[in-house]
Design a protein around this ligand. Structure first.
Ligand SMILES: Cc1ncc(COP(=O)(O)O)c(C=O)c1O
Length: 492
């Protein structure tokens, strides 16, 4: 278990240890019942005092994450007594526990495998809303025209014909790129990973929005980055705060999701986009513009991407296709310029020698087709209906004390609960009713806030949405009422 301690940030060492262990438990990397190192063995390699380690363990125990058993040690809290220490003594893989890893968190690994009826946790598109039939047809066509395709290696950078189409496709949203400065990645996720592998090492400062996309936090924390955060309001990242953070810490990278931000759904204004670019220029740093959803707008088109205003090559632009065509193709787009681009292309070569050719060829005729334009129109209408339904249900059934964002596009909506209410408790209740959502804590790199949740309205149909949201509201009402009752009950 590798814990990254940062000594140059405003978070105490014991809180950093606490957070790192919580992240691992939430990610399923530290299993129920697993024995943790003693305070002495924890503090020594981290070069922290025993008092610091004890403080972290105490808080973990108070918050219900671990249990200490006198004479036996400290364990990740187990639901049953038998699970406690069982793994340690019976597993023939005990030796594996001593193998150091560099994987501090992977929030998705946990939340995406839970078999539930109503997946409000899946920020993906309902398969019924995607152009599967067109795509199936194209896959057949590609293989029947060129049966040898599967025995060929594609270009590392991505199929050249596809890169020409992508360059046209990006032009329509104002991003000027040439086929030569595009890399086809295996989803946006790989684009983030390539950038992190290339430019982020232990202690490098990465600024992220808080909250932000958990998959990106997982990657940057895995690189040992010092992650600093800037809050998001209804107009996107707070640029005034970013300015102060940059003056003090000189970040190497600013990661942003300016359009239909995940998890809140908000859009950064044009004014803030321009200010953000100015900050990157004056601090000589890289902006990663993560854009999976800008085509899914409900009424008006969002402002132009940062990349379209980038004169000096500060922005690495990532565009995803998972939300509009076929997520299982795992196709994403990365565009950048200058030596930054060359280094990222080299990273792609090291990483996988190129993305699968079959899916690139199959997507080729679709990407700029009239069919796709029609499909996107229908998709926007269908998702708007679902978003409206959720907003309506929340307005009618949510208990007092809740607030939520009103996204003008994208797939997600962010709900804030009263500060005392922990969304993990809500999740364990809602799972009993076969409903999942993403607890907001997954979206904070540091200083996690537990009273939020992300609801995705894009994956489940209207009937399931109605069941899911009304049931969540009922559970919340019960939780709030029982607190009020217990507070008002006098002690005799
Ligand atoms: C903000 C953001 N970035 C990146 C990704 C990863 O997308 P892809 O499926 O293209 O890898 C997602 C997926 O949900 C996302 O929401």
């Amino acid at each position: 278990m590798q814990i990254n301690i940062q000594r140059n940030i405003d978070v105490s060492l014991s809180n950093q240890i606490y957070q790192s262990i919580v992240d691992r438990i939430h990610s399923g990397l530290l299993e129920e019942g697993l024995k943790l190192p003693s305070v002495r063995n924890l503090s020594k390699p981290l070069q922290v005092s025993l008092v610091t380690a004890v403080k972290a363990y105490k808080r973990l125990e108070q918050d219900g994450f671990i249990t200490s058993i006198q004479g036996k040690g400290t364990f990740v809290k187990a639901k049953t007594k038998e699970n406690l220490s069982g793994k340690e003594t019976t597993s023939s893989y005990v030796w594996q526990l001593s193998v150091q890893d560099y994987l501090p968190r992977s929030q998705f690994a946990r939340f995406h495998i839970v078999p539930q009826k109503v997946h409000l946790s899946s920020s993906m598109i309902d398969p019924k809303l995607l152009p599967n039939r067109y795509f199936e047809h194209e896959v057949h066509q590609v293989l029947s025209k060129n049966p040898e395709l599967l025995s060929l290696f594609g270009e590392i950078q991505g199929d050249s014909q596809l890169r020409c189409e992508i360059s046209e496709y990006l032009k329509r949203s104002g991003v000027l790129s040439t086929p030569e400065n595009i890399v086809v990645t295996s989803g946006l996720q790989q684009g983030i990973d390539l950038i992190a592998r290339t430019f982020v090492g232990p202690g490098d400062v990465v600024v992220m929005e808080a909250p932000t996309y958990p998959g990106a936090i997982d990657i940057f924390s895995g690189r040992g980055a010092t992650i600093l955060t800037v809050p998001v309001d209804k107009d996107g990242m707070r640029i005034d705060i970013l300015q102060r953070v940059c003056e003090k810490h000189r970040p190497k990278i600013i990661f942003t999701i300016p359009t239909f931000h995940n998890p809140t759904g908000v859009v950064m204004t044009l004014k803030r986009r321009k200010q953000l670019l100015d900050i990157a220029v004056s601090n000589q740093c890289i902006i990663i513009e993560d854009d999976p959803c800008s085509e899914i707008y409900f009424e008006k088109k969002p402002p132009v991407p940062l990349k379209s205003m980038d004169q000096l090559g500060h922005v690495i632009y990532l565009r995803g296709l998972s939300k509009t065509i076929a997520p299982s193709c795992r196709i994403g787009v990365l565009t950048a310029s200058g030596s930054i681009f060359n280094r990222l292309l080299a990273a792609k070569a090291n990483n996988d020698l190129g993305s699968p050719l079959l899916t690139q060829k199959a997507i080729l005729p679709l990407i700029n087709s009239k069919r796709m334009i029609d499909h996107k129109k229908k998709l926007r209408t269908a998702l708007k209906i679902r978003r409206d339904l959720v907003l309506d249900l929340l307005t009618r059934f949510s208990p007092e004390g809740l607030s939520w964002t009103v996204p003008e596009g994208g797939l997600n909506l962010w709900i804030s609960l009263p500060t005392w209410l922990d969304s993990h408790l809500l999740l364990s209740e809602s799972k009993k009713q076969q409903i999942t959502f993403l607890p907001g804590s997954a979206c904070f790199p540091i200083g996690q806030e537990n009273n939020h949740l992300r609801i995705s309205y894009s994956y489940v149909n209207e009937e399931q949405l109605t069941y899911g949201i009304t049931t969540l509201c009922t559970i919340l009402q019960d939780m709030i009422s029982s607190k009020t009752i217990s507070e008002n009950t006098p002690y005799f």
